[in-house]
Design a protein. Structure first.
Length: 382
């Protein structure tokens, strides 16, 4: 009889047989913080708002990823500024707190190229509006998938699959406005003609993992491991999950060279079992990798020699660490607390920009100050 059974017998007075059954039902809680978080913040400096050098809009998200050494950012809802406006802060269509005053044109996602200036991106796929062009959709809605112009769509980081060919995988979530999420999917992105372009979306309905029965892989974060050969994707629980399991984050991975073949994906079953090619169907504290995490981005720190998960809890920018992408993950360290919130009163989508300092001594992070303002802060580690 193991320790758990012995305790049950001593405290509850149950028989060894019943205690044995209870013991067999107990599973380890792999969502609890583990280890020591080495992050020590020396200082954090607010830099300003992230805007474009060739267009003008209000937008959120902005998850980043490189293709053949060039970094790109995928933004979510992208709301065009009024005709001729070159500074989002001076857009007459918006109130003083950043809330739109009426209907304005928008696209559900857009792509930009990074620059050496942490406060500037260069927008791509622009239309021919004058005197200021605006963004076209990066991943257009597809009528053959039952999508319409108002179909919700959220994407996370680009994950390079073939640098020589200029190819990457892009993870996203299809979530119709006012309705439950449909599913999580992957698109193949190519720079063969110079600008990242969607070549294909996979799955009969435009996604692979049905949100009713599968985690929303990639919606929490997606990462091409710079220390190995895999792409990792994290996602929240399926709609079928109940109880505490709905708060947990689950994980899949695939060799970067096989990212467009669903049969090659592996699923995390917990520390005792590890990776299996059979899709996960049991959702609990054993098969999950973490809890209490906001949408964010994973990077490898050359300074701390460990993995960082940058995310938010609505009021702070947080960083947790792990020796491997599958964890175990430490407790969070608060890296930054904004002093200004807009009318909605919260922040989300922590995005790391490691290309601005490859030494890892500093880390520039952007986040969405709801609604649709991208704040940027530079964190210096001790």
């Amino acid at each position: 009889m193991n320790m758990f059974s012995s305790v049950m017998v001593a405290i509850l007075g149950v028989s060894p047989a019943i205690a044995s059954v209870l013991s067999s039902r107990a599973v380890p809680n792999n969502t609890l913080p583990s280890g020591t978080n080495p992050i020590k913040v020396s200082s954090a400096q607010f830099l300003g708002n992230l805007t474009a050098d060739n267009s003008c809009s209000h937008r959120d998200l902005g998850f980043s990823g490189p293709i053949n050494g060039v970094w790109y950012h995928i933004f979510g809802d992208t709301i065009w500024c009024d005709t001729g406006v070159t500074d989002p802060n001076l857009d007459p269509g918006y109130g003083p707190d950043g809330v739109p005053g009426g209907f304005v044109p928008f696209v559900r996602d857009s792509i930009s190229q990074s620059t050496s200036n942490p406060l500037k991106v260069h927008d791509l796929h622009l239309n021919d509006n004058t005197p200021v062009p605006h963004q076209n959709q990066f991943v257009p809605y597809d009528k053959s998938f039952g999508e319409a112009v108002d179909t919700g769509f959220g994407g996370t980081s680009l994950c390079e699959t073939n640098a020589t060919a200029g190819e990457a995988a892009f993870f996203y979530l299809v979530a119709p406005n006012g309705a439950p999420s449909k599913g999580a999917g992957v698109a193949r992105i190519s720079t063969a003609f110079g600008t990242p372009t969607v070549e294909a979306r996979f799955g009969s309905q435009g996604y692979w993992w049905d949100a009713k029965t599968s985690p929303r892989y990639g919606d929490q974060a997606a990462y091409r491991d710079t220390q190995g050969d895999y792409i990792y994707a994290w996602g929240g629980a399926p709609l079928s999950a109940t109880g505490e399991a709905t708060r947990y984050v689950y994980q899949t991975r695939v060799l970067a060279t096989q990212a467009f073949d669903l049969t090659k994906y592996q699923y995390w079953y917990g520390r005792a079992t590890g990776w299996k090619t059979t899709p996960l169907t049991t959702f609990n504290e054993e098969t999950a990798v973490m809890a209490g995490a906001g949408q964010g981005q994973v990077v490898y720190s050359n300074y701390y020699k460990t993995y960082l998960f940058v995310h938010t809890d609505l009021f702070h920018v947080l960083i947790r660490t792990a020796p491997k992408p599958e964890g175990p993950w430490s407790a969070d360290v608060i890296a930054w607390t904004p002093t200004k919130f807009y009318s909605a009163g919260y922040i989300y989508a922590g995005v790391a920009h490691p290309y601005l300092d490859t030494s890892g001594k500093t880390l520039t992070v952007s986040y969405t100050n709801n609604p649709n303002v991208n704040d940027v802060v530079k964190i210096t580690f001790a």
